[in-house]
Design a protein around this ligand. Structure first.
Ligand SMILES: Nc1ncnc2c1ncn2[C@@H]1O[C@H](COP(=O)(O)OP(=O)(O)OP(=O)(O)O)[C@@H](O)[C@H]1O
Ligand SMILES: Nc1ccn([C@H]2C[C@H](O)[C@@H](COP(=O)(O)O)O2)c(=O)n1
Length: 223
């Protein structure tokens, strides 16, 4: 039987604004929110804690089954991610965790093991799901699909500003290289590569402010 709970999928490359926009749109719609990248990041961080080799697919698949991941959303604060009972939110947001997540996400059995956990987020009155394969693999029947992009330079600038505000020392060149490497790995893997669903609305956010993007995404749900 088709699932009648509405889902808005927001996919796109790193730094395109998926997380920021998805959270704001979910709040405006009063829908649930799934940050699917946080699940892959959590496995990456748990694998690091257990000192696992990122080339050991078997160990990473076992780690995926064994890792407990919880989300807490305080009324006025950012989403907190709890990994095996520890608040790992800040560790999850590092570039190291992002790169580990991207490597682990290329393992088909890890992706398969996370499918049902992601689909369980589909609860009334609706869900905004952000990631790389939300519209293509996890919620292919979603009635609303968006693919966000922005130039690699603008995405690197956004990340630079974000990290600088947090007091993290990085260079624009280094960030641009990391973004291009992550784009290439996420788009070239054989299972669920980063790509738009054929029925996704494309929004290029280069030069667009956050509120303008939120408005365009909301217009996809309620034209
Ligand atoms: N349209 C926009 N204009 C300017 N800055 C933006 C815009 N959208 C997002 N940002 C900023 O860019 C940074 C990265 O955004 P965000 O983390 O939402 O991207 P993302 O696509 O979820 O990245 P990742 O996939 O790596 O988690 C944040 O600091 C955010 O505030
Ligand atoms: N649906 C998803 C979500 C994330 N990933 C992988 C690929 C990303 O580089 C990495 C981190 O995601 P982010 O937090 O930056 O959105 O996790 C994926 O393959 N599929």
């Amino acid at each position: 039987m088709p699932d009648t709970i509405p889902v808005l999928t927001i996919d796109g490359p790193s730094g395109s604004g998926k997380g920021t926009i998805s959270r704001l749109v979910a709040r405006r719609l009063d829908w649930h929110y799934l940050d699917s990248g946080a699940l892959y990041r959590a496995i990456g961080v748990a694998a690091g804690w257990a000192d696992l080799d990122l080339d050991d697919a078997g160990a990473l698949v076992r780690c995926t089954f064994d890792t407990e991941i919880g989300f807490q959303e305080p009324e006025d604060g950012d989403l907190r991610v709890i990994v095996n009972g520890h608040d790992a939110t800040d560790e999850l947001r590092t570039e190291t965790a992002g790169a580990a997540a991207s490597a682990i996400a290329a393992i088909p059995e890890v992706r398969a093991a996370l499918k049902d956990r992601q689909r369980a987020f589909r609860r009334p009155p609706g869900l905004v799901a952000d990631g790389r394969d939300m519209g293509t693999v996890i919620f292919p029947d979603a009635p609303y699909k968006v693919f966000l992009t922005a130039s690699a330079e603008e995405r690197a600038e956004r990340r630079y500003k974000q990290l600088k505000d947090k007091g993290v020392s990085v260079t624009m060149d280094g960030l641009l290289r990391e973004i291009l490497a992550r784009d290439a790995r996420d788009a070239s893997r054989t299972v669920a590569p980063l790509r738009p669903a054929i029925d996704a609305v494309h929004i290029d956010t280069t030069g667009l402010g956050i509120e303008a993007v939120v408005g365009r995404v909301l217009a996809v749900v309620a034209p």
